[in-house]
Design a protein around this ligand. Structure first.
Ligand code: SIN
Length: 542
C-alpha cells in the first residue's frame, strides 16, 4: 500500500447516476457564466450551481466593475493603483493582463446584454477606494452584480448551456495520469458521478468561514477544499479582505454599504462625531480598504464601542437614485440617511487567496481550471483593489474559454476517488456558529501568534473527514479544513502586509515579499512554501 493509499478511502462510485459532458463548470456567478457564454457551442457544457444562480456572491456586488474606459484614464494607471493596493505581492504581468483586457471585458458584457448606467451617452463612472481616477462602471446604481448575473444567465440559456441547480460539489476525481476527469456532485442531495473532459472551478470564495460577513451562505469554500484534497496548489489563503463599512445587523450575510458612497462624498465618523480618516492617509476615506478597516477597528477599540458611523447626509438627495439597494436595506433597519448616521463595522468580504492559476486559468492539475474568487491568479497581492473582482471573473473567464477551445481533451474512463475519510461514519456535528465566531475573534482584521495558536488548538479536535455524503457535513468539513490552512498560513507569515495584519509583527518584511503556496503533502499534512519570485508564465495580453 503506498503512503497515499493510507489516506484515501475510495468513495463507492458504483450505482451512482452518471452525467457526461465536455466541460463541467462548478459555479454560476459572473466567472462561471462568462466561461459558459464564451465556450464554443459545439461543446456540451453543464453549469453546476450550488443553489440557484442568484444565490452566490455576484448578485450582491454593489460598487461595480473597474476598467480604464474614461477619457483621461489608461490601463497603466489602473495597473498602478492595483499594484499599490496589493503591497508588493501581486504579479505585475497578471495585473497587466487584467487591466489591459478590462475595456474589452466591458464591451463583452454589453454585447452579452448587460445594461450599464450611462451619462450623456457614455458609461457613467464612479470612484472607489484606492482608485486614482473614476473608473467604476456600474448598473442600476448599486445593483451591478444583479444585472450582470441576470444578463449572463439569460445569454447562457440562449446558447443552450444546461444549468443544474442544487448541485453541490463533493470531490474531484482524478484519472490515473493525475488529471481531473470527474466529480462526485450531490444533486438534490443525491450523489451523482459527473464525467467530463475538462472542468472549471468558479465556485466562489469562503466568506462564511467568518461569522461577520458580506458573503452569502453558499460561500463555504467548497471548490478550494475539493481542489486541495485533489492535490492542487492553493495560494495566499491568509489574505482575507475585510470591508470597512458593513451595516450593523443580525442578518447573515450583513448588508454591504458600498465604498461608492464614500466615492460620492460620504465620510466615516467615530462615536464622538469626529472624522476617522481625515489626516491619516492622503486618500482619507478612500484609502485602500485594509487601511480603513484597521483604522475603524482601532477607533472602535479605543472608544469601547462595537461600531462607528458612515455619514451620508451630504449625498442623501441622490441616495435613492444612485444606491437603490442600499437605500432599501437602510429603510428595513429604520435608518434615514438624510438625518441618521449609518452604523457600520468591518466584516469579511472577499477571499483573496484560492486555487493558484496561471493567467489562462490553469491550476496545477491537468484539465482543471479555476476562476473568480475561488482562484488566485496573483492580481490582488495582499489586498484587492475595489471592483477588480467582477472584472477578474470576466477577463480570466474569457481566457479559460479560449484555452479550452484551443486545447480540447479526450475524456478518460478510469477515475481515482479523492475523498479523504476517517474510519468513522459519523456525521460532523461541529457548532458552526461558534467556529465562525472564533475565526472573527482570532483570525480577523488583527491577528497575532497567540490568537492564531489558540484557534489552531480549538480546530484540531474538530477537524476530521466526513464519510457521510451529506451536504451540511461536507460543507463543515470544508470550512474546518480551510480554517486550518488559513490559520497555519497566517501563523507562518511573520509580518503585516495588506489585509494580513499581525499585532506581533506589525511591519512589512522583505523576506515575505512573495506569494504563499499551500500544498497537501504525501502524508496528508499541509506543506507551505514561498513562491520563488513573482513570475508569470505564458502571458499573452490581447
Ligand atoms: C463596494 O461596493 O464597496 C465593494 C466593491 C468590491 O468589493 O469590489
Amino acid at each position: 500500500m503506498s503512503t497515499r493509499d493510507r489516506f484515501v478511502t475510495p468513495i463507492d462510485l458504483s450505482g451512482m447516476q452518471e452525467i457526461f459532458c465536455d466541460v463541467a463548470i462548478f459555479g454560476s456567478g459572473i466567472a462561471g457564466l462568462t466561461v459558459a457564454c464564451e465556450l464554443p457551442s459545439s461543446l456540451n457544457v453543464v453549469v453546476f450551481s450550488k443553489g440557484l444562480y442568484s444565490d452566490g456572491s455576484t448578485p450582491y456586488a454593489q460598487g461595480g466593475i473597474a476598467a480604464a474606459v474614461g477619457e483621461l484614464d489608461d490601463p497603466a494607471f489602473h495597473a498602478e493603483d492595483t499594484l499599490i493596493a496589493a503591497v508588493g505581492t501581486a504579479d505585475p504581468m497578471a495585473v497587466a493582463v487584467l487591466t489591459t483586457e478590462a475595456p474589452s471585458a466591458i464591451k463583452f458584457l454589453i454585447d452579452h446584454g448587460v445594461h450599464f448606467d450611462s451619462e450623456n451617452g457614455t458609461l457613467a463612472l464612479s470612484l472607489e477606494g484606492g482608485h486614482s481616477r473614476p473608473r467604476i462602471v456600474h448598473a442600476g446604481g448599486d445593483a451591478t452584480g444583479a444585472e450582470l448575473s441576470r444578463a449572463l444567465f439569460v445569454d447562457a440559456n440562449t446558447r443552450g448551456v444546461q444549468t443544474i441547480n442544487d448541485a453541490f460539489l463533493v470531490d474531484l476525481l482524478l484519472d490515473l495520469s493525475g488529471a481531473v476527469a470527474g466529480a462526485v456532485v450531490l444533486i438534490g442531495g443525491q450523489p451523482n458521478l459527473v464525467r467530463f473532459s475538462q472542468a472549471v472551478l468558479a465556485s466562489g470564495g469562503a466568506g462564511q468561514l467568518f461569522s461577520s460577513t458580506t458573503s452569502p451562505s453558499t460561500c463555504t469554500g467548497d471548490g478550494m477544499a475539493a481542489a486541495y484534497r485533489a492535490g492542487a496548489e492553493l495560494a495566499d489563503l491568509e489574505f482575507v479582505q475585510f470591508h470597512p463599512t458593513v451595516l450593523m445587523s443580525v442578518n447573515d450575510p450583513r448588508p454591504l454599504i458600498s465604498e461608492a458612497l464614500r466615492g460620492e462624498g460620504a465620510v466615516l465618523r467615530d462615536s464622538k462625531g469626529e472624522r476617522v480618516m481625515e489626516g491619516l492617509h492622503t486618500l482619507a476615506d478612500l484609502a485602500p480598504r485594509d487601511i480603513v478597516a484597521r483604522e475603524v477597528l482601532k477607533r472602535m477599540h479605543d472608544q469601547g464601542v462595537d461600531h462607528l458611523f458612515l455619514d451620508a447626509r451630504s449625498i442623501a438627495s441622490t441616495m435613492n437614485r444612485h444606491f437603490p439597494t442600499i437605500s432599501a436595506s437602510l429603510v428595513t433597519q429604520g435608518i434615514d440617511p438624510s438625518r441618521d448616521l449609518i452604523p457600520i463595522s468591518p466584516a469579511s468580504h472577499y477571499s483573496i487567496g484560492g486555487v493558484r492559476t496561471t493567467v489562462n486559468g490553469e491550476t496545477s492539475i491537468g484539465g482543471l481550471y479555476a476562476v473568480g474568487e475561488v482562484a488566485s491568479v496573483g492580481i490582488h497581492g495582499a489586498n484587492r483593489l475595489a471592483s477588480n473582482s467582477l472584472l477578474e471573473g470576466v477577463v480570466f473567464g474569457r481566457r479559460i474559454a479560449q484555452r479550452i477551445a484551443d486545447q480540447p481533451r479526450s475524456p478518460t474512463n478510469t477515475l481515482e476517488p479523492q475523498l479523504f475519510q476517517r474510519p468513522s461514519n459519523d456525521p460532523i456535528t461541529v457548532n458552526r456558529d461558534e467556529m465562525r465566531q472564533a475565526m472573527d475573534r482570532d483570525a480577523g482584521v488583527v491577528r497575532s501568534r497567540e490568537s492564531l495558536q489558540r484557534l489552531l488548538s480549538y480546530l484540531k479536535p474538530i477537524a476530521r473527514k466526513s464519510a457521510v455524503l451529506d451536504q451540511a457535513s461536507i460543507e463543515t468539513m470544508n470550512m474546518v479544513l480551510l480554517d486550518q490552512l488559513m490559520v497555519q498560513g497566517a501563523l507562518a507569515r511573520n509580518e503585516s502586509r495588506g489585509a494580513h495584519f499581525r499585532a506581533d509583527f506589525d511591519q512589512l518584511s522583505d523576506l515575505w515579499q512573495v506569494r504563499h503556496l499551500y500544498h497537501r503533502g504525501t502524508d496528508g499534512s499541509l506543506e507551505l512554501a514561498k513562491s520563488d519570485e513573482l513570475k508569470s508564465e505564458g502571458i499573452v495580453a490581447t
